[in-house]
Design a protein around this ligand. Structure first.
Ligand SMILES: CC(C)(COP(=O)(O)OP(=O)(O)OC[C@H]1O[C@@H](n2cnc3c(N)ncnc32)[C@H](O)[C@@H]1OP(=O)(O)O)[C@@H](O)C(=O)NCCC(=O)NCCS
Length: 334
C-alpha cells in the first residue's frame, strides 16, 4: 500500500494592525478607488514592531498543531517557506522551532510567493519516502518590512501574515498531485536588488531604496494570468482528475483581477474560487495557507472535497497542488 500525505491540521495568523487604503492615500499619490478597482485590496495587516516573520509563523504553527490534536514531540520535520526571514541566519525555521518547543530538524525554503507549494512538495516527498511520518509546514512573510512606502506601484499590494499545515502519513488519499516550475530568466521582474551578496547594503544603496522590492507589475500580472490555469491543469492531470472534479480553487492572493482573469481562463465558476485578498493583500508564502485556513474555519470545506492550491511569484516560480480534504468542519470536531 503506497503511503499518502494528508493534511491533519491547519492554522493561521494575521497581525492586529490594519493598514487601510485611506492610510495609504496619506502616504503616496493614490486613492482607495484606484486600489480597489485595480487590485481588489481594501486593507492589509502590519506586523507589530516587536514581531518578525518567526513570531507570526510560530502562532500559525501552534494553531495548526492544535487542530491536528498532535503534540510538539510528534512533529519530525519543520519546513518554513519564507523570503523575508528574521535574519540571514539562523533560519526562521530554527527560531520557530525554539519558540514552540520542537526538537526535529528545521529549515527555511525560499521560492518567494510560491514557497508554500514548494514546501508542501518537500513535505509530501519526505512522507512518501517513508522517512518521516509527520511534517509541519509554515508559510510566513513580513513583506511590509521590505516595501518602499514611497513607491505607489508596490506599497498598496503587500501585507504580513502566516499560515501552517500539519501533514501526516496515511493510507487514505491526501495530497493527490503536485506540479512545480521555475523560470530564472524572469528574475528581474520581481526582486530586492540590494542587501544580499550581489549588492551588500551601503548607505548609498539604502538611500536609493535598493534594499526594497522592485517589480514590473504589468509583466508579473500577465505571467500570473497565464501560469495559474496551466499549473492547475498540470496538477489535476498528475492527480488523474479533471476540472469538473474540483470543488475549490485557492489561488495565491495577489490581486483580485489576476484571480478573476485566471479563473475565467480556466473555466472555474466564481463561487468555487476562494478569495479574501480584500482583507489581506499579498502575504507572499503565507497567502495560500492563510486562505486555506479561512475557508476551513468558515465551515465551507467538507471532508471529501477536492481542492487545488495554486501559486506564483518571484523567481519566476509557480506551483499547484491538488488535495482531497479530510479534516472535519471545525464545529463538528469533538
Ligand atoms: C501593480 C498593478 C496593480 C498595476 O496595475 P496596472 O493596471 O497594471 O497599472 P499600470 O502599472 O499599467 O499603471 C497604470 C497607471 O497607474 C499608476 N499607478 C500605479 N500604482 C498606482 C497607485 N497605487 N495609485 C494610483 N496610480 C497608480 C501608474 O503610475 C500608471 O500611471 P501612468 O499611466 O501615468 O504611468 C498590477 O500590474 C499588478 O497587480 N501586477 C501584479 C503584481 C503582483 O501580483 N505581484 C506579486 C506577485 S507574487
Amino acid at each position: 500500500m503506497p503511503v499518502n500525505a494528508r493534511i491533519v491540521g491547519v492554522g493561521s495568523y494575521l497581525p492586529e494592525q490594519r493598514l487601510k487604503n485611506a492610510d495609504l492615500e496619506r502616504m503616496v499619490d493614490t486613492s482607495d478607488e484606484w486600489i480597489v478597482t485595480r487590485t481588489g485590496i481594501r486593507e492589509r495587516r502590519l506586523a507589530a514592531p516587536d514581531q518578525a516573520t518567526s513570531h507570526l509563523g510560530a502562532i500559525a504553527a501552534r494553531r495548526a498543531l492544535e487542530t491536528s490534536e498532535l503534540e510538539v514531540e510528534d512533529i519530525e520535520l519543520l519546513i518554513v517557506a519564507t523570503s523575508t526571514p528574521d535574519m540571514f541566519f539562523p533560519s526562521s525555521a530554527c527560531l520557530i522551532q525554539d519558540a514552540i518547543g520542537l526538537s526535529c530538524p528545521a529549515y527555511d525554503l525560499n521560492a518567494a510567493c510560491t514557497g508554500f507549494i514548494y514546501a508542501l512538495q518537500s513535505a509530501v516527498t519526505a512522507i512518501e519516502s517513508g522517512r518521516y511520518q509527520r511534517v509541519l509546514v509554515v508559510g510566513a512573510d513580513t513583506m511590509t518590512r521590505h516595501i518602499d512606502f514611497t513607491d505607489r506601484g508596490t506599497c498598496v499590494l503587500f501585507g504580513d501574515g502566516a499560515g501552517a499545515v500539519v501533514l501526516e502519513a496515511s493510507d487514505e488519499p491526501g495530497v493527490l498531485g503536485i506540479t512545480l516550475g521555475s523560470d530564472g530568466s524572469g528574475w528581474e521582474m520581481l526582486m530586492v536588488p540590494a542587501g544580499g551578496s550581489a549588492a551588500p547594503a551601503t548607505v548609498e544603496r539604502i538611500a536609493e531604496h535598493q534594499h526594497q522590492v522592485k517589480m514590473s507589475g504589468n509583466e508579473v500580472f500577465k505571467f500570473a494570468v497565464r501560469v495559474i490555469p496551466r499549473a492547475t491543469k498540470q496538477a489535476l492531470e498528475a492527480s488523474g482528475l479533471g476540472l469538473s472534479d474540483l470543488d475549490w480553487l485557492i489561488p495565491h492572493q495577489a490581486n483580485q483581477r489576476i484571480i478573476t482573469a485566471a479563473a475565467e481562463r480556466l473555466g472555474m465558476p466564481e463561487d468555487r474560487v476562494f478569495s479574501h485578498v480584500a482583507i489581506t493583500g499579498n502575504t507572499s508564502a503565507a497567502s495560500i495557507p492563510l486562505a486555506l485556513d479561512d475557508l476551513y474555519t468558515s465551515g465551507r470545506l467538507v471532508p471529501g472535497d477536492t481542492l487545488a492550491l495554486v501559486g506564483f511569484g518571484a523567481g519566476l516560480t509557480w506551483g499547484a497542488a491538488v488535495l482531497r480534504w479530510s479534516l472535519a468542519r471545525p464545529d463538528e470536531e469533538d
